[in-house]
Write a protein that binds this ligand. Structure first.
Ligand SMILES: [Zn+2]
Length: 386
């Protein structure tokens, strides 16, 4: 049986959800725990019930929907319902609304797969408020809850949030995993001295060590692997005056790559380069890892099924790794997981400028339905809806 989602209903629901928490700045203000966030969850409850589905909330605030009386195991599909302050209308919301549309379509058609699917709107993915510990709160709580044992897998549809698909004209992507992220603090010790009377040759300039290291990071990443990304996001010199040679310096950096092995190589090279530059400048330097999130690798069979569906739906598809974090990274530690991406126009996200053309939003939701059927059946159906 071939089935089509309702494009009108999908787009209307996205528009409705975007009105909850919309600000005068054009952005969406639905930070986890805000009045708008609770209003959105109430509206999701109502939308599920109007579709003849059961809706319930776990103690954390995750909203779940499923066919009444279904007994599992369920293929979970969804994303998060919270936003960053002034965020876009699609980040998270698109994956939630599309999952509801897929389950609603299957349920209306009386398709047996409907009983094997559960939808979710996760609580606090973004981690904006103090005390939310960097986000992914709802998905992490689910992975500690016995309900996770009743899940057969997890599928998440999301906008790419970067420019790669849009700039290359790619319409659908099967996501193979999520980059690992390591953060560092570099501290440099030099010698504070008079900036006018101390010749260059006699300086131990901690500021030069920090600056040269910051400038070297891009080359270090690119020489190891074209897909590695690095960033120095904060630099400070002490004591911090134009007529004093910096006696100390500090910088904060992060690196992202699709595998922990590549991150290890960048880490080693960064330490070597820092030590060489410090020695050339007559200073000492230490590099401390302040946090490390391992790379997530999605389930190979599930990614293959999703990839096959994407290729059936569009000639412009690709497999890619995600450079942004998602609830799927947490779920992938407990159940077979895969993701689908649609493009972000101009690559904008976490911004009021975040957008994706309607026809691609519809295509992505249809690919999610096809993927759900493929995963439940364990194979890609021979016939896909036109
Ligand atoms: Zn998101």
């Amino acid at each position: 049986m071939s089935l089509n989602i309702s494009a009108e209903r999908l787009l209307a629901d996205l528009t409705h959800l975007a009105q909850i928490g919309s600000g005068a700045d054009g952005g969406i203000h639905r930070v986890a725990g805000s009045a708008a966030d609770f209003a959105a969850r109430d509206w999701l409850d109502k939308t599920l019930r109007c579709a003849g589905l059961d809706s319930h909330r776990d103690p954390v605030g995750n909203v779940f929907g499923r066919v009444p009386g279904s007994s599992g195991p369920w293929l979970l599909m969804g994303s998060h319902a919270d936003t960053v302050p002034g965020g876009g209308r699609l980040d998270g919301a698109y994956g939630v609304i599309a999952a509801i549309e897929v389950l609603r379509t299957l349920h209306e058609a009386g398709h047996p797969a409907a009983e094997q699917i559960e939808v979710v709107a996760f609580w606090d993915e973004e981690g904006v408020t103090a005390g939310s510990g960097g986000g992914l709160v709802g998905s992490s709580a689910l992975c500690r809850h016995p309900h996770v044992e009743e899940l057969s897998g997890y599928l998440e549809l999301h906008i790419e949030q970067g420019p790669r698909m849009d700039s290359q004209g790619i319409e659908l992507a099967a996501v193979t995993g999520i980059v690992g992220v390591r953060r560092y603090e570099v501290t440099v010790q030099g010698e504070e001295n008079h900036a006018g009377t101390t010749p260059f040759s006699a300086r131990s300039d901690a500021g030069r060590v920090a600056s040269r290291t910051a400038a070297a990071l891009q080359g270090i990443c690119q020489r190891i692997n074209g897909s590695v990304i690095g960033n120095v996001g904060a630099v400070s010199f002490g004591p911090g005056a134009p007529n004093v040679v910096p006696g100390s310096a500090r910088l904060e950096a992060e690196i992202r790559a699709g595998s922990d092995e590549i991150l290890d190589r960048v880490d080693r090279r960064l330490r070597e380069v820092l030590a060489r530059i410090a020695s050339e400048e007559g200073c000492t330097a230490t590099l401390t890892e302040t946090s490390a999130k391992p790379a997530a690798h999605f389930d190979a069979d599930l990614v293959d099924l999703v990839d096959a569906v994407c290729r059936r739906r569009s000639v412009r598809t690709e497999r890619m790794v995600s450079y942004a974090g998602h609830d799927a990274s947490v779920l992938s530690t407990r159940v077979p997981t895969a993701m689908l991406f649609v493009p972000s126009t101009g690559g904008f996200s976490h911004s009021a400028r975040e957008d994706t053309p309607d026809h691609l939003l519809v295509l992505g939701a249809q690919a999610l339905l096809d993927s759900a059927l493929a995963v439940v059946a364990g194979r890609v159906p021979q016939q896909l809806a036109a």
